[in-house]
Design a protein. Structure first.
Length: 229
């Protein structure tokens, strides 16, 4: 789909490129590890058509942004907090997939005033919450050819489940039935978020209901309507 001209913001010591689409209440979409905002092409179209103004940044070192030599989720959460302030967004809705979900949780904990509501998909609190076979595979790959983005995924985050209790906003949590994220990890997140609702997507893996699929967009729109957003 056609986006408005590519935008760039200076935040937290880095440049972040982002797309802007639509008019209405603001929604911020943040992609996962090694991806870009183009992951959300379908969701952007759905949200814009439903009357929302979508802001879809590329995370630091991703997409159109300059690569980094190392990455930390705390830095990426601060990037998004500063981007929201720089753009003058008042308590936007936030949706993050995978690493974007991690970033969202950290953002909501460190800046509880920043967001109005949030949705996260396929999100883990520590690397131990990811399928062990996947971790073993990528550990071996990273030993042969180190990649700072893979290193990030293998070593972070380290979120205390109890710290999620400080997040005051409504949260939609989604996970694929066949996700890379262990169900026990999703259950741990749900047990500690004060205002959360869970959707398990039958037959889906980590991203199949998000990439070129209308499923996640429909879930987001239903969630926004429930919350009168």
């Amino acid at each position: 789909m056609k986006y408005e001209a590519d935008q760039v913001a200076e935040v937290n010591g880095v440049q972040l490129h982002y797309a802007v689409v639509g008019a209405g209440k603001p929604v911020v979409l943040v992609h996962g590890n090694g991806e870009s905002h183009e992951l959300f092409d379908t969701e952007i179209e759905q949200l814009a058509a439903a009357g929302y103004r979508v802001y879809a940044p590329d995370s630091r070192g991703h997409g159109a942004n300059a690569p980094q030599t190392e990455y930390h989720y705390d830095d990426m959460a601060e990037d998004m907090a500063q981007l929201i302030r720089t753009l003058g967004l008042e308590k936007p809705a936030y949706y993050g997939h995978s690493d974007g979900g991690i970033i969202g949780l950290l953002l909501a904990m460190k800046h509880p005033e920043a967001l109005g509501l949030m949705a996260i998909s396929g999100t883990n609190l520590t690397p131990a919450g990811i399928d062990p076979d996947f971790i073993r595979e990528y550990t071996a790959l990273n030993e042969r050819a180190p990649d700072p983005l893979v290193t990030l995924m293998l070593t972070e985050p380290d979120i205390d489940p109890a710290s999620l209790r400080t997040i005051p906003i409504p949260v939609l949590v989604t996970v694929g039935e066949k996700d890379l994220i262990l169900r026990s990890e999703t259950d741990r997140i749900m047990a500690n978020l004060p205002r959360a609702r869970l959707e398990v997507i039958e037959g889906a893996d980590h991203g199949s209901y998000i990439v070129s699929s209308e499923t996640m967009g429909k879930l987001l729109l239903d969630f926004f309507r429930e919350q009168h957003y």
